[in-house]
Design a protein around this ligand. Structure first.
Ligand SMILES: Cc1cc2nc3c(=O)[nH]c(=O)nc-3n(C[C@H](O)[C@H](O)[C@H](O)COP(=O)(O)O)c2cc1C
Length: 217
């Protein structure tokens, strides 16, 4: 698949088919994720993949804690966000809302419960980094995650990054046997998209180039 086509087409998938993904495909996607550049080639990213009964048990655990603690889905910032970021976030929610209405769930409930169950995807990927690294190295992991999302798309698979679950990093680490020296940065749902589901039937917009690019000349 052409790279620019993959970059333009990729979007987050929030409904999945009950269809297994082969181990070979998962390995290939993670291999591509590992091709990302990193500072002095340290490749600080680590991926833990779970599926089947174990993935279901992880989802049940996360859903149970979420029901008890009810952590809201939000930007996670301590200071109020400048208006332009709030607007982008609101616009994304507005794009999703009409489709989510069809599920019968309120928007927040859909995102919170959906995130905790990896939106029903057959595969859950958990991304971690050794705590020995400074926060700047999260950047390298982000690059690798982008490669992963694009590689999955090129293989005809859907993904959704799920940051919400990282508030339950301790429980996830315990469940997946991830040592305490690792920081859990993100979850990723992975599987074949249910193209007929209304919740996959919208695309978020992006700012004009002039909003994100400035020249000094
Ligand atoms: C770091 C990160 C965390 C995210 N966390 C969540 C999440 O917890 N739940 C969710 O439904 N989507 C989550 N998303 C998906 C974003 O909402 C989505 O990427 C954004 O709205 C742009 O839409 P697109 O991916 O379809 O282009 C996350 C994305 C990123 C990059």
């Amino acid at each position: 698949m052409d790279l620019f086509k993959a970059m333009s087409e990729r979007k987050s998938t929030r409904a999945y088919l009950d269809k297994a993904v082969s181990r070979k495909d998962i390995e290939e996607i993670i291999r591509y994720a590992g091709m990302a550049p990193s500072a002095i080639n340290m490749q600080p990213w680590e991926y833990v993949v779970t599926y089947g009964e174990e993935k279901d048990r992880l989802s049940q655990l996360l859903s149970k804690i979420q029901a008890e603690r009810s952590v809201p889905c939000g930007p996670g910032t301590s200071k109020p966000l400048p208006d332009k970021f709030l607007k982008r976030s609101r616009d994304a929610s507005r794009a999703m809302m009409p489709q989510i209405k069809n599920t019968g769930l309120a928007f927040n409930k859909f995102v919170e419960e959906g995130s905790c169950s990896f939106y029903g995807a057959p595969i859950a990927v958990v991304v971690a980094i050794d705590k020995v690294f400074p926060h700047l190295r999260y950047l390298d992991v982000g690059l690798s995650i982008s490669y992963l999302l694009l590689a999955a798309h090129a293989k005809g698979l859907g993904t959704c990054p799920v940051g919400l679950i990282t508030v339950y990093a301790e429980e996830i680490g315990f469940f997946l046997n991830i040592p305490q020296e690792k920081e859990i940065l993100l979850g990723i749902a992975l599987g074949y998209a249910d193209e007929n589901s209304p919740v996959n039937n919208f695309k978020t917009q992006r700012e004009e180039l002039s909003e994100i690019l400035s020249w000094y000349e």
